[in-house]
Write a protein that binds this ligand. Structure first.
Ligand code: SAM
Length: 304
């Protein structure tokens, strides 16, 4: 065996430039930089899509048959070209995995068929799309700011049938009282948005829910964080300040510590209860993001 292993061009380059005594230093930070990105993981600064797809793939692999059914019923969810993976022949993106998970939590605790739903802050409409595709929803009312509503209106018109779209009412926030009139709803849904509103607006919506709804589903962050390593404060320090100030829960916590999140979730359940006459039916961590919690509240009108 006269042959000796050789260092190829790739590893010669790495050895000369990236993994060597100088780069390793005193080992204090070597798991956070170029060295580790050549040895075990991908550069976190440039591989966001890779990590996102890895997350989606792993979540898809855990879906049970009924969850797959719920996801398949949501036709047109690839519209808008999301980052997706293909799992067992089915395109899967994170937004709809989360929406199906939200639906399953709601369904476990309240019968959704034949119900009138109110959603506050619908984004592009994934939750509405998911509920309308899976349940016999009688009417679906969206309250949102006009700028975002332009998107949900256009998106939902595209992905839903004409008949389904016809069951949706869009109400901009400056027309709430006159448009709602005396309307009542079985369920109010709020996903990832009350925590981004001012304390006054948050209070306004809780009062509206207490007055007009029988159940309330919320899925929102339990608090704030200041870990700059997560996003390098890419939107700037002013954006960080704006985010820190919004919503009912402004305590800064370690959002990657599950016990800290669980502890803070007690405050979440108190803060999101529409009023003292309402009770929390169920609450738990809302996967996959570490610091989101979900809860379903039942009002006194639910028994009637
Ligand atoms: C982060 S997005 C979440 C969207 C959607 N729920 C989702 O999870 O895909 C926040 C939503 O809250 C809406 N929003 C912001 N301020 C609002 C307000 N004062 N009243 C109602 N909706 C508001 C935004 O327009 C947007 O639709």
């Amino acid at each position: 065996m006269g042959l000796k292993p050789q260092v190829n061009e790739l590893w010669r380059y790495i050895g000369e430039n990236e993994v060597n005594a100088e780069a390793i230093g005193d080992l204090a930070e070597f798991k956070r930089g170029q060295v580790i990105y050549r040895l075990t993981s991908f550069d976190v600064r440039t591989n966001g899509v890779r990590y996102l797809k890895t997350l989606i793939h792993n979540l898809a692999g855990r879906l049970g048959p009924e969850s797959w059914e719920r996801l398949r019923r949501i036709e047109g969810r690839e519209f808008g070209h999301p980052y997706s993976v293909t799992y067992d022949g089915e395109p899967v993106c994170l937004d709809y995995l989360r929406a199906v998970s939200d639906l399953e939590f709601m369904e476990k605790n309240v019968d959704l068929d034949g119900r009138r739903v109110l959603e506050i802050g619908a984004g592009y409409g994934r939750t509405c799309h998911t509920l309308m595709s899976n349940k016999d929803i009688v009417s679906y009312t969206i309250i949102d700011i006009p700028t975002t509503m332009a998107l949900s209106r256009k998106y939902l018109r595209t992905v839903l049938s004409e008949e389904q779209f016809g069951r949706i009412d869009f109400i901009p926030i400056d027309e709430i009282e006159e448009s709602l009139g005396s309307a009542r709803f079985d369920l109010c849904v709020n996903v990832d948005s009350l925590a981004e509103m001012s304390a006054e607006t948050f209070g306004y919506y809780l009062a509206l829910i207490a007055e007009r709804c029988r159940y309330f589903y919320t899925n929102n962050p339990v608090g704030k964080y200041m870990d700059k390593s997560l996003d390098d404060h890419a939107r700037g320090e002013e954006a960080v300040a704006r985010a820190l100030d919004a919503g009912p829960l402004v305590d800064v916590i370690d959002i990657d510590d599950n016990r800290a999140v669980r502890e803070q979730a007690r405050k979440f359940v108190v803060a999101y209860r529409p009023d003292d006459s309402w009770c929390c039916v169920a609450d738990e961590w809302a996967p996959p993001f570490t610091w989101y919690w979900q809860a379903l509240f039942q009002g006194p009108a639910a028994g009637r």
